[in-house]
Write a protein that binds this ligand. Structure first.
Ligand SMILES: Cc1cc2nc3c(=O)[nH]c(=O)nc-3n(C[C@H](O)[C@H](O)[C@H](O)COP(=O)(O)OP(=O)(O)OC[C@H]3O[C@@H](n4cnc5c(N)ncnc54)[C@H](O)[C@@H]3O)c2cc1C
Length: 410
């Protein structure tokens, strides 16, 4: 550890991962500095959906009531649509195991600002408009970051015992530590466009696994007021191999049945914007001497639904718990920080594996059609899918032909 360490933690990036880390660090009495290149409020290209896991962490951080009061949509069910446009709803059900019966769709410009201001309200030191450009190492140990403040050319450095890379899908911390891995197969690309005037939006978020995008999907989410968040997502591999222009394909899908009627009076409020989703279908390296990678920089996005906010929030919590142990033991080596990797994958691993299986299922149009068709007509099958998504029913069944036979008799 360098003598210059001013902070226990330097957190690079104030999205969900970084703000969650800053809030948990405050609880555990760690002194942190939260840096972001943007000035809040700022937009982030996203579907904006906050589901069960995000709600659980927000409740734990005493931010659920604040979140409920933000402008946005309150979500009670998820609509899944299949390649033959058959669809079914899963209603969010609360239970004593901590499953939630509500979700939200809140623009990231609003949600991320609430998180950032909540960090500031705790008295944690923050710096906006500061872009981290390089890392400071002493031997193999990461000890600080350097960068520039908006409008200033002179570089400034900050030193900390542990650096948390929470700087998103194009993470500079991951790149500089040689852990950045944008492999086409395990990265999706999504485009988002806010619309006004979309019909039939109530309390549902919708994921439609339409044939034009197979194995990707179209999402239709309500947002605040008359606004809706519309987008499409597909693995980079498929988009490139099939030479798919996502903007064009999205326009085509929305102009045809069954969506045309709902979009007849709808107007885009912006040009569609794209960004990468590093998927948790592979277990990437996420730590080393003096640092841990969180959220998108660790590649934790759910491969089936494209959700990454909940896992980013969870990674902030687990990284800080590990940092506390390391700081207390005065040991900042990769060995002790490997507990982060262990605990993170103990918590998220099985769920990410279910979603990877579901993503693989989506690649087979025949199987997807079959399961969606059965679910559309049968409450028992919907319960099974709901149980799998909630991790209560073993995912191994998805690779067993008998499972599909069983669905036939439900
Ligand atoms: C099109 C699309 C749709 C999505 N839809 C959903 C959805 O509906 N629900 C869901 O849960 N997830 C969704 N996701 C995934 C979700 O957006 C991410 O998983 C989530 O934002 C990850 O949070 P994070 O904190 O790790 O990173 P980010 O939210 O990306 O935050 C990273 C922060 O780091 C800052 N930063 C970056 N570089 C630097 C630097 N060099 N110096 C200082 N600061 C830096 C950035 O300004 C940013 O504030 C979607 C993603 C995409 C692309």
């Amino acid at each position: 550890m360098t003598k210059k360490s001013e902070y226990d933690l330097i957190i690079v990036g104030a999205g969900p991962a970084g703000t969650s880390a800053a809030l948990y660090a405050d609880r555990l009495g760690l002194k942190s500095l939260l840096l972001d290149k943007s000035i809040f409020p700022r937009d982030k290209i996203c579907g904006d959906a906050l589901s069960g896991k995000s709600v659980r962490i927000l409740r734990e951080l005493n931010l659920l009531e604040k979140t409920r009061n933000l402008p946005g949509a309150h979500i009670k069910r998820i609509t899944f649509g299949g390649p033959k446009y058959q669809q079914f709803d899963l209603h969010l059900k609360g239970d004593s195991q901590g499953r939630n019966d509500e979700g939200f769709s809140i623009r990231r410009e609003i949600f991320d600002e609430m998180m950032f201001r909540s960090v500031q309200e705790k008295g944690v030191e923050t710096l906006e408009g500061f872009t981290v450009k390089s890392l400071i190492q002493e031997g193999s140990q990461l000890v600080g970051v350097s960068g520039t403040l908006e409008g200033v050319t002179e570089e400034k450095s900050f030193y900390g015992k542990i650096i948390l890379g929470a700087d998103g899908a194009k993470s500079v911390v991951a790149r500089k530590m040689k852990l950045y891995d944008m492999d086409m197969e395990n990265t999706s690309v999504g485009i988002r466009c806010y619309y006004e005037g979309v019909k039939d939006l109530t309390d549902q978020i919708e994921l439609h696994y339409v044939p034009e995008l197979n194995p990707g999907y179209l999402w239709i989410f309500p947002s605040d007021g008359i606004r809706a968040n519309i987008g499409v997502g597909l693995s980079k591999d498929h988009a490139k191999k099939k030479k798919i222009n996502l903007v064009k394909v999205m326009e085509e899908i929305l102009s045809k049945p069954p969506f045309a009627e709902r979009f007849a009076d709808a107007k885009p409020l912006e040009k569609p914007k794209g960004w990468n989703l590093p998927l948790g279908s592979v277990h990437r390296e996420n730590h080393g001497n003096g640092f841990m990678l969180l959220g998108d920089s660790a590649g934790l996005v759910d491969p089936f639904t494209g959700e990454g906010i909940g896992n980013a929030l969870v990674s902030g919590k687990i990284a800080v718990e590990t940092a506390k142990v390391a700081c207390d033991a005065n040991d900042l080596t990769s060995k002790i920080l490997s507990r982060y990797d262990q605990n993170l994958w103990d918590e998220l691993g099985s769920e990410l594996r279910v979603s990877t299986k579901l993503q693989n299922l989506a690649k087979s149009r025949f199987l997807l059609n079959f399961v969606m068709g059965r679910a559309a007509n049968n409450e028992g099958v919907r319960e099974i899918i709901s149980g799998m998504l909630a991790n209560e029913i073993p995912k191994d069944q998805l690779s067993n032909p008998l499972f599909y036979l069983k669905l036939l008799f439900y």
